[in-house]
Ligand binder design. Sequence first.
Ligand SMILES: CC(C)(COP(=O)(O)OP(=O)(O)OC[C@H]1O[C@@H](n2cnc3c(N)ncnc32)[C@H](O)[C@@H]1OP(=O)(O)O)[C@@H](O)C(=O)NCCC(=O)NCCS
Length: 177
Amino acid sequence: MKADLRPTAESPRKLEISPMVLDDIPAVLAIEALSFQSTWPANAFVNELRDNKLAYYFVGRLDGRIVAYGGIWVILEDSHVTTIAVHPDVRGQRLGEELLVHLLDEAIERSASWITLEVRESNDVAQKLYRKYGFTVVSTRRGYYSDNNESALVMWAGNLRGTLYANRLAALKAALR
Ligand SMILES: CC(C)(COP(=O)(O)OP(=O)(O)OC[C@H]1O[C@@H](n2cnc3c(N)ncnc32)[C@H](O)[C@@H]1OP(=O)(O)O)[C@@H](O)C(=O)NCCC(=O)NCCS
């Protein structure tokens, strides 16, 4: 008898991650509008993809449809998560986590030892995800977000290329699989 290999409702769905290209921008903007109070215009993504040699952006697809995206800058040993979002319809399925892992792998592969990001003080979900991956709050930027004057927490994870972080990342990746 053959095993039934069809995915069940419980099967984790694997995100297919690839570098973002200009044609992906409309789908990315649709998720952006559903994800952020203050959104990047199309030309911000165009500039990042076309002109910023330090930028690496990715999209994640489920069944061929773009459902997530994120990006980093890598400047020598330092890296910066510039954005990350998952379509609201598919949140809570570990897709954001998969994408963050991809960004971390990319930063490490490009020789970054440190990674930082800003997150709204009220964004508990994203903060929890970042904490899981070793980010800690290092400072607060008061009134950083001009739309509502909310403060940003600056989070940071370090020694990405050290054994301790490599072990932590490997364990989290194993659990994710
Ligand atoms: C933040 C975001 C990318 C997370 O993506 P997601 O696919 O929904 O999250 P995942 O299913 O991968 O969850 C991974 C971790 O995130 C945290 N998390 C996810 N959903 C959560 C929730 N509803 N409540 C609390 N923590 C949550 C948890 O730490 C979770 O891991 P755990 O369950 O083992 O603790 C997504 O919520 C999003 O797009 N938000 C809007 C845009 C945004 O805020 N981006 C970040 C800007 S700094």
